[in-house]
Design a protein around this ligand. Sequence first.
Ligand SMILES: Cc1cc2nc3c(=O)[nH]c(=O)nc-3n(C[C@H](O)[C@H](O)[C@H](O)COP(=O)(O)OP(=O)(O)OC[C@H]3O[C@@H](n4cnc5c(N)ncnc54)[C@H](O)[C@@H]3O)c2cc1C
Length: 356
Amino acid sequence: MVDFIIVGRGLAATVMAHSLHQQHLSFKLIGPHAETNSSLVAGGIWNPIVFKRLTKSWLANDLVPELNRFYSACEKDLGQTLLCQRSLVKPFVEEQEKALWTKKATGELSDFLDPKIYTETSEQFVNCKISNAYGAVKQSGNINMAAFINGSAEFFKSSYHNELVDHSLLTIEEDHVSYKGLKAKNILFCEGYLVKNNPYFNWIPLKPAKGEVFTIESNDLKLNNCIFNKNGFLMDLGNKRYKVGATYAWDDLTEEPTEAGASELHNKLKQLISCDYTLIKHAAGIRPSSIDRRPIIGAHPQYKNLFIFNGLGTKGVMLAPYFAKNFVNFYLEKESIHEEANVKRFYKNYAATQSS
Ligand SMILES: Cc1cc2nc3c(=O)[nH]c(=O)nc-3n(C[C@H](O)[C@H](O)[C@H](O)COP(=O)(O)OP(=O)(O)OC[C@H]3O[C@@H](n4cnc5c(N)ncnc54)[C@H](O)[C@@H]3O)c2cc1C
């Protein structure tokens, strides 16, 4: 009997697999191999700054060190480079933004903002629309999501089952669960927005957001390994390829890319660059955002061996390592789940389904 069955094969499930493994807990992971899911479509970017208000992202001082520790450890296991540290470049539109940037970079945001106001752009960036000056975020970058998710599937090969879980075949006993002959002490659901199909956790209030991205090719762009952020992002993938994103839609939750998404991305590109490009790929995914923008982690209110790890929303890369560690420590009875991320805040929704 293993300690956990993990359901899912996206970022949440993969980070949980490594986190359990690092604590010598055994698991079997059940999830279909897919060319796309939210995790494989994602830019994989982490950004400790909220540009809208020029403030620190929630728990950034805890999340960033943990993501560096976690993905570095995974790099060693997988024998692949996953972490790419690079500056996020933020052009200033209005003159007063510079003063605010300097104030924050020399004060409360000194860990994450480079205090320099950059004005010379010609050599660093070619055909990027930076008309005024720009600032640079420190301690930002991206994870190679495909290498992480597919490399982990290879690394944990004997523990992976390539299929979709049929919840009706799950049996729950006092001290274990069984699924198609597989016995585990616990089951952990990391199903992203598809948790809506899970009869044990379909009361979780997600507010999923569809997102679309482009991969483009251009001979005439130079980004100097940075991530350019201007009402969207443009990220250098190497070999003259760039990822462009992302759109947000809440009313269409189909998994296919749309014409409306394509037109929005072409418009974003018009604001970002001033050269021609060739569209290589257009992809879509559904972000599992929660209604209060916090992760959703913990035990089922009735079945103590059923757990959920979800609600990673728009910031899964940053959130997952810290909260996977929090979950494992909770399971090992070393700490409690962070109050704002604890699924307990939604137990009332479950209670409502039981009384109706
Ligand atoms: C366009 C776009 C851009 C993004 N960019 C970024 C970014 O730059 N940085 C960032 O941090 N985040 C980004 N995100 C968000 C990020 O993708 C998510 O936070 C994260 O990937 C969610 O991971 P997840 O594993 O919870 O969900 P998913 O990736 O959706 O994975 C869910 C998994 O569960 C599986 N599953 C579902 N039901 C079952 C079942 N019954 N049985 C077995 N398996 C099941 C699915 O097949 C899938 O493998 C972006 C998202 C989108 C859409």
